[in-house]
Write a protein that binds this ligand. Structure first.
Ligand SMILES: CC(C)(COP(=O)(O)OP(=O)(O)OC[C@H]1O[C@@H](n2cnc3c(N)ncnc32)[C@H](O)[C@@H]1OP(=O)(O)O)[C@@H](O)C(=O)NCCC(=O)NCCS
Length: 162
């Protein structure tokens, strides 16, 4: 594996600090640090949460956390390090997590993204997500979120529809 190639694996509790630091720097910039190492560690330990990391020989370069609920999954954290963006890694990670949500029987994935984060919104749209609504003040009263939804239609069922 070269220095830029990455492997996907399940997150471990000892990844919590590195994931939390990346969340602070890549996702929560300008907001309070809500995904602290403790919170990330709790999420990784939770049996209803899937934690994924992308790792090169050197470091963690991408990560995602997804909570499973009765009928839907909630993508709570997701990012790729800047130097590794626009190379398909985000797509690879999202496909992995989407497949897990399908396997868990979820019929949709929901997420919130900062209203100012247009790049991420384009990324999710390309992956099949649609904006559902704006949530004013979602981030600690400081910034709105856009809720985006991906309906996981079973391709076999979709094909049967006229
Ligand atoms: C959003 C993010 C996860 C995308 O990861 P990535 O590995 O760069 O995504 P990919 O390379 O798989 O991109 C696939 C496609 O999505 C679209 N896309 C991705 N980033 C985009 C951007 N900044 N602006 C516009 N379109 C974008 C493009 O169509 C891209 O295809 P292309 O590179 O061939 O044009 C990454 O930019 C990131 O971590 N950003 C900072 C943290 C963040 O915003 N996380 C989401 C919080 S909800």
């Amino acid at each position: 594996m070269s220095a830029v190639e990455s492997e996907l694996r399940l997150a471990r509790r000892r990844d919590a600090r590195r994931i939390a630091n990346l969340s602070r720097d890549l996702i929560e910039t300008g907001l309070g640090w809500s995904w602290t190492p403790k919170r990330v560690e709790r999420a990784i330990s939770d049996s209803e949460t899937l934690g994924l990391v992308a790792e090169t020989r050197i470091e963690i370069v991408g990560f995602g956390l997804m909570e499973f609920h009765t009928n839907h999954a909630h993508l709570t954290l997701f990012a790729v390090r800047e130097a590794h963006q626009r190379r398909g890694l985000g797509t690879r990670m999202l496909e992995w997590m989407t497949e897990s949500a399908r396997t868990a029987g979820c019929d949709r994935i929901v997420l919130e993204v900062r209203s100012t984060n247009e790049g991420a919104q384009r990324f999710y749209e390309r992956a099949g997500y649609a904006s559902e609504k704006t949530l004013p003040g979602y981030y600690d009263g400081k910034e709105a979120a856009v809720r985006m939804v991906n309906d996981l239609i079973d391709p076999a069922v979709a094909e049967q529809k006229p």
